[in-house]
Design a binder for this molecule. Structure first.
Ligand code: COI
Length: 355
C-alpha cells in the first residue's frame, strides 16, 4: 500500500521538543506523548481541514455527547524504525477499515483515507525522532474520534473530532500474565458493539478486571454471554490456544474484535506449517486439555500486547498452570512477526508501509 498524503494539512510546530526529558528505557505504557497531535473536526456534514499542533489539553462543552453517552471510538497502531532509520507502519489499511466499521456502528461519520492515512503519515514523519531503533521500541499510535456536539439529548452528535496522538512505548504487560475465565460478567453480546473498537467496550471491563486483579490475575478471558461455555477474547488482546500442535482462536463475530495481530499471526502460522483452526474452544475442552497435558500454550495477541504468553488460568476456584516449553509457538510467531515489522525479515505478505 502507498501512503496517501492529505491534500492540505496545517502544521503549527511546538516551540521546543520534550524529547530530551524522556527516559526511553523506562517507559510505562501510554503515559508519555510526543510534541504534536493531529486534530480534524467534522461539522455541518463535512470534515474540515486537519491541523497538526503542539500536544496540549483542549476545551469541550460539558454537555458534549462523548461525556454522557460515550460516543467514542479508537484504534491502536505502532510505528517501527529499521536499522537504516526508515520508519514503518504495519497494515494501516486494516486499522482504517476497522475504524470506519466502528464509526458506522456508533453512528459516527467515516474518516476519509486521506485524513486518516495521510494524517498518520504526516504526524509520524514529523515525530520520527520519537521512534527508537531496536526490537521492542515502538511509537504507539492512537487515532480516535469523539462526539463533541453539545446537548444532553440522547441522539448522535452532529459534530465530531478525529485526533491522532503518539506515545513511545515498549511492552504493555510487564511480568507474567495469569488469566481468569469469566463465569458471570460479559464483554459483549450478539447485536451489541463487541466488534467495534468503542471506548465503552473497554470501560465496561474495568470493574470485572479490578475484581480479577484483586485476585492476582492480569486479564480475564471472556466467554460468550449466553452460555459462558465458549472462550472468546481477553479485552486488550485476542487469544490463541495450542492444544497438541494445533492453534485455535475464536472466529471473529459480532462479539469479537477483528484484531490485526490476530489475523497476521494466523497467516504467519499457516505459512510456517502450523495447523490453525478458527473455532470456539469450549471451557470444558480447555480444562480437559489442561488436565490431560494436551494444552500446551495460551497466548494473547494485540497491537499493544504484541504476543503475550499466558502462564496459567483460573476457572471455578481451580488454577491450571501451563507447561514451560522449550519451543513455543508464541515466541516463534512473535519473533517472525516482529522481524517483519522491524524489516529484519522479508515481508512476503506486503504488510509493512514506509513513512
Ligand atoms: C491495542 O492493542 O492497541 C489496543 O487497542 C488495546 C488497548 C486496550 C491498549
Amino acid at each position: 500500500m502507498m501512503l496517501q498524503s492529505p491534500s492540505e494539512i496545517d502544521i503549527v510546530r511546538a516551540a521546543a521538543s520534550k524529547i530530551n526529558s524522556v527516559d526511553f528505557d523506562n517507559l510505562s505504557f501510554g503515559n508519555t506523548f510526543t510534541d504534536h497531535m493531529l486534530i480534524c473536526d467534522y461539522k455541518e456534514g463535512k470534515w474540515q481541514k486537519p491541523i497538526i499542533k503542539p500536544y496540549e489539553p483542549f476545551l469541550i462543552d460539558p454537555s458534549a455527547k462523548v461525556f454522557h453517552y460515550g460516543q467514542a471510538i479508537f484504534e491502536g497502531m505502532k510505528a517501527y524504525k529499521d536499522e537504516n532509520n526508515d520508519v514503518w507502519l504495519f497494515r494501516p489499511d486494516q486499522n482504517l477499515d476497522r475504524f470506519n466499521k466502528s464509526a458506522v456502528r456508533m453512528a459516527m461519520p467515516e474518516v476519509p483515507e486521506d485524513i486518516f492515512i495521510g494524517g498518520l503519515k504526516t504526524i509520524v514523519d514529523l515525530e520520527r525522532d520519537w521512534v527508537k531503533k531496536g526490537i521492542g521500541n515502538t511509537l504507539y499510535i492512537r487515532p480516535f474520534m469523539i462526539a463533541i456536539g453539545s446537548g444532553v439529548i440522547a441522539q448522535p452528535s452532529t459534530q465530531y473530532r478525529f485526533m491522532i496522538i503518539l506515545s513511545p512505548a515498549r511492552s504493555y504487560y510487564s511480568g507474567e500474565v495469569k488469566v481468569i475465565i469469566a463465569e458471570h460478567y460479559s464483554r459483549a453480546a450478539n447485536g451489541g458493539i463487541g466488534a467495534a473498537k468503542a471506548a465503552g467496550n473497554y470501560s465496561a471491563q474495568f470493574y470485572p478486571q479490578k475484581l480479577a486483579q484483586e485476585q492476582g490475575f492480569q486479564q480475564i478471558i471472556w466467554t460468550d454471554d449466553a452460555t459462558h461455555t465458549k472462550l472468546e477474547e481477553a479485552g486488550t488482546m485476542n487469544v490463541f490456544f495450542r492444544i497438541n500442535d494445533t492453534l485455535y482462536t475464536a472466529p471473529t463475530s459480532e462479539r469479537i474484535l477483528d484484531g490485526v495481530t490476530r489475523k497476521s499471526l494466523i497467516d504467519l502460522a499457516k505459512r510456517e506449517g502450523i495447523k490453525v483452526e478458527e473455532r470456539s474452544v469450549l471451557v470444558d475442552e480447555l480444562v480437559a486439555a489442561a488436565k490431560d497435558g494436551s494444552l500446551k500454550e495460551i497466548f494473547g495477541a494485540g497491537t499493544a500486547a504484541v504476543v503475550n504468553p499466558i502462564v496459567g488460568f483460573q476457572y471455578k476456584e481451580h488454577y491450571y498452570e501451563l507447561p514451560k516449553l522449550e519451543s513455543s509457538y508464541a515466541l516463534e510467531l512473535k519473533d517472525k512477526l516482529t522481524k517483519i515489522q522491524y524489516k529484519q525479515a522479508e515481508d512476503t505478505f506486503g504488510w509493512t508501509v514506509k513513512i
